[in-house]
Design a protein around this ligand. Sequence first.
Ligand code: SF4
Ligand code: SF4
Length: 464
Amino acid sequence: MENYASSRGIYFNTGGGIPLQPVDIRHKDYIGLVSADSAFWALVKKHQLAKLLANPSFLRKYRNKERAFLKEINTLRFGLKPSAVYFNPTDRCNLNCSYCYIPEQLRRGGRDMPSKKLFEALEILKVYFGATLPKGQKAQIIFHGAEPMLNKEAIFSAVNTFAGDFHFGIQTNGTLMSDEAIEFLTSRKISIGLSLDGHIARVADRLRKNWSGEGVFQKVVKIIKALRGYENFSVICTVTGENMLSLVKIVEFLHRMEVPVCMLNPVRCTLAAARKTKPQDHRLAKNYLKALDRTYELYKKTGRRLIVANFANVLMGIIAPAGRRLMCDISPCGGGRCFFAISSNGNLFPCSEFIGLRRFKGGNIFSDDISRVLQTEPFRLVTERDIENIRPCSDCAIRHFCGSPCPAEAYEMNGSMQTPGAFCELYEEQVRYALRLIADGKEDAYLWNGWNKGIVTTLKITDI
Ligand code: SF4
Ligand code: SF4
């Protein structure tokens, strides 16, 4: 946007000067300094803050780099193309988890996508990505749920046929995995995400049960054991009011089981049934940070990390915005612009989170042009959800480290896209925690091997 003010911008925080907000990170020595627009941040010794803000050399140096900061964050926010698809090859699930984002009648009585149609859809995607992605870059197809293993023959056959065209992954509840299925997936280096909500059956099975009300903890643990040593797998733990107090025990358990990566995902509050399981935000934040502390202690004790991927993503979003791997914590989020979702009848949605919400259907892969679908109103509602139009996020210093996810839950919970998601305080606390551990030089313990390859520091304020 053009700036018509006469101010020369020679001071921070007034006129055409740079807005830099101090952020108390609850550290004994350091305070954060953040430019909300560019996602620039610095950690400053508390007693040096006033001196720094009055230092014209700092302002000048910041100004010289600002364009590069803004370019990076704007590319991330507005310049990416889809490179992944969440593909639901069936509506059905053999479980009936209370918080699932797919409506119960679909999971109980829905349909599978026939193998012929699945192949046809992948052919269409191959042509689409062949034209939109740089030569040699393969798009990612993640078979997602409901429970994709209920349509195993079709997806395994597709994985074999399209091995040269896509990177494949599967998100599964694990209960239908046989030794042969594990061998099939691991020998092809398919990424596997398993769902498990606890460290013992009493916790894990509270909300995850089959249609007869029986838990599945033991079955999933068997699969985790079988996958021990396989690098390309992770466990997703959905955090609700039912298991929030067990988070420390859960990370201890996953670390003991040698799980390399987990996600501690707060329950998405899109559907009313899921909202009943929502933990209180501030209580969740407290327990979540305790679990992160525990992963640090375990790493120090054993030399082996358990990466909490959703936190690692927030941390990476601070250290190197373009290095983040997940796209929920940025606004607009990745839904409809970095990836999209396909339901079992070929309908296209901005993200799996919208599959139960018919209003967000943008078209159908078998009858509509994908590029046009990406421009439809249902998709644009998501891809144009800018954090600058959401209160209180528009005034929040950490808005580009949070993104105010998720648009689906904001829309369903609050009746409008221009409202925050369900876990504002959790994001506040995660960002403070991340800045604290950077101040203490501990970030390496929370990130994957090689995270710092290619990362350069753009502006070092100790040089000023
Ligand atoms: S949800 Fe909360 S933490 Fe996130 S940007 Fe909005 S106000 Fe900030
Ligand atoms: S924030 Fe919600 S809609 Fe966006 S990518 Fe994440 S889950 Fe999907």
